[in-house]
Design a protein around this ligand. Structure first.
Ligand code: FMN
Length: 224
């Protein structure tokens, strides 16, 4: 059952802006870390969106290049696209917020693929700007996809928030399959069984759960 889920994420390791606008060196990007937490819990295949031209180790130079790419509406060339694209119907799409939207490499990725019949579950890491305009931009680039509400995670908190990230991801998966979800009846992913298979009698998630979890992530249903 998990074969139909793909995790496509763009993420940079190395120097990254952290809380308080400090630059810290990290072995693994925040978005990739979140993707791995989710994939570990729900199954599926990981795919890194990587550019042919790598970004410089100097963080400030990367910030400048990213701004130029955004201003030019650039489409950086990618090293590869996912194999067996037709096999997937749910794509968790992860990216950092760069200048209030996704990196232009994500635009290249989205425009290079046929999204007919696909459901996108977007998640974004950032240091304060949330999802920015990324969902609006995604809808423009992939009009044929069904795009679920995106979620925003604070980048430097990702490593310590596996449980909450996984809870969101499982709920999103239920939404993708139109299966009502109850957070207290989560069924762990085991032996190839997807977490929602036994959840068909669950009730709709309560507002109280959203409030309880709201400090870690935010749901956005309106995108300007
Ligand atoms: C080029 C660049 C631009 C960024 N722009 C923003 C921004 O506009 N708003 C924000 O909150 N964070 C911004 N950030 C911070 C990243 O969104 C944040 O550190 C993210 O978690 C990085 O993800 P990664 O480690 O997966 O690459 C920017 C980072 C970079 C490198």
């Amino acid at each position: 059952m998990s074969q139909n889920i793909l995790f496509a994420d763009f993420s940079l390791s190395g120097p990254t802006l952290q809380g308080g606008m400090k630059i810290a060196n990290q072995a693994k990007g925040n978005t990739r870390q979140a993707a791995e937490f989710i994939q570990n819990a729900v199954g599926g295949v990981l795919f890194s969106i990587e550019t042919v031209q790598s970004y410089p180790h100097d963080h400030m130079k990367t910030i400048q290049i990213a701004q130029e790419e955004l201003d030019e509406n650039a489409r950086p060339a990618l090293k590869a696209l996912p194999e067996l694209w037709n096999d997937y119907d749910i794509i968790y799409l992860g990216y950092p917020n760069w200048w209030n939207t996704f990196p232009m490499a994500v635009a290249t990725f989205v425009e290079s693929l046929d999204w007919s019949g696909k459901t996108i579950i977007p998640f974004c890491t950032n240091e304060g700007s949330g999802l920015g305009a990324s969902i609006r931009d995604l809808k423009r680039l992939a009009p044929k996809a069904k795009i679920l509400d995106g979620v925003s995670f604070t980048g430097h908190q990702v490593a310590s928030c596996e449980k909450k990230i996984v809870r969101w991801a499982k709920e999103a998966l239920c939404c993708a399959h139109h299966i009502p979800f109850h957070p207290h009846q989560l069924i762990p992913f085991q032996n190839g069984q997807s977490p929602y298979e036994s959840n068909s009698h669950n009730r709709i998630i309560k507002d109280s759960f959203r409030k309880e979890e709201g400090d870690m992530y935010e749901f956005r249903s309106e995108h300007k």
